[in-house]
Design a protein around this ligand. Structure first.
Ligand SMILES: Nc1ncnc2c1ncn2[C@@H]1O[C@H](COP(=O)(O)OP(=O)(O)OP(=O)(O)O)[C@@H](O)[C@H]1O
Ligand SMILES: [Mg+2]
Length: 252
């Protein structure tokens, strides 16, 4: 499906530049990227190692700041917020899923899912949490601890936790990177269902064309720049595009 140009963006960066370090050792991780992530859609970010995928995600999510340019969540420009407001925005409007699950081992599944709400002193919406638990299929594991779960189940807990506070947008950095292909498929199916059934927005970094094919659209980065976008991706189509990039890089 193509996205109408007028579709609202849940998150976007404009002319994003990120330079790490100074002088001779400076690295230009983002070199003028403008990209919007449409609301209610699942977008994948792909590109070679070191192309700036995680940097883009962290800056778009307000976990890191840009050197120049701007990052926006909905209508809010992150650069205009002081630390307290930025923390508040991250807490209330953004969810995260990382490669390493990051669950708290001493808490049960139910407590891990509720953690962002509890930290924020929010009660949360019981119906929403109930729906989430069904979507991730963990109702019979709610009182287990993370060590008693498989990797795929742990990542499903992390996904439920990311959505617990009804965030506008969930950012996931290689959420299937530590999973076997079957568990990975489960987590990807789950992210897709969360987008379709709950009208959330998901932005996912991945190296895997099969994973990216679950998204509505793929954006490609190379050397800190946005080099392509692909709507309604298939794994074969993505793989062809990646091969073409590699060839172009070898011959340039
Ligand atoms: N904290 C940092 N200090 C200095 N350089 C950094 C830092 N973080 C990232 N970089 C550099 O910025 C560039 C982009 O890194 P980034 O982590 O965004 O890449 P990536 O596309 O996510 O790669 P990967 O697929 O390996 O995770 C790389 O050259 C990296 O070495
Ligand atoms: Mg990365």
């Amino acid at each position: 499906m193509t996205t109408p140009a007028s579709s609202p963006t849940a998150a976007r960066v404009v002319d994003a530049v990120k330079v790490y370090g100074t002088g001779d050792t400076a690295v230009r991780a983002l070199d003028g990227v403008s990209v919007g992530f449409p609301a209610g859609r699942f977008t994948a970010i792909m590109g070679p190692s070191g192309s700036g995928k995680s940097t883009l995600m962290h800056c778009a999510a307000g976990l890191d700041t840009l050197t120049s340019g701007s990052a926006h969540i909905g209508g809010t420009e992150l650069g205009t917020l002081d630390d307290r407001r930025l923390t508040q925005l991250r807490r209330d409007r953004v969810g995260f899923v990382f490669q390493g699950f990051n669950l708290v081992p001493t808490l049960t599944v139910a407590e891990n899912i509720r953690l962002p709400l509890d930290l924020a002193g929010r009660t949360g919406d019981p119906d929403w949490l109930d729906t989430l638990i069904d979507i991730v299929g963990l109702r019979d594991r709610l009182h287990h601890r993370p060590t008693e779960l498989s990797g795929g189940q742990q990542q499903r807990v992390a996904v439920a936790r990311a959505f617990a506070g009804r965030p506008d947008v969930v950012f996931a950095d290689e959420p299937t990177g530590n999973l076997d292909s079957r568990s990975g498929e489960e987590v990807l199916g789950l992210l897709g269902r969360a987008v379709r059934q709950t009208a959330r927005t998901v932005v996912m970094v991945t190296h895997d064309p099969v994973a990216a094919a679950h998204a509505d659209e793929v954006v490609f980065l190379a050397d800190g720049r946005l080099v392509d976008r692909m709507a309604s991706p298939t794994a074969d189509h993505i793989l062809d595009r990646m091969k073409a990039f590699e060839k172009a890089q070898v011959t340039s």
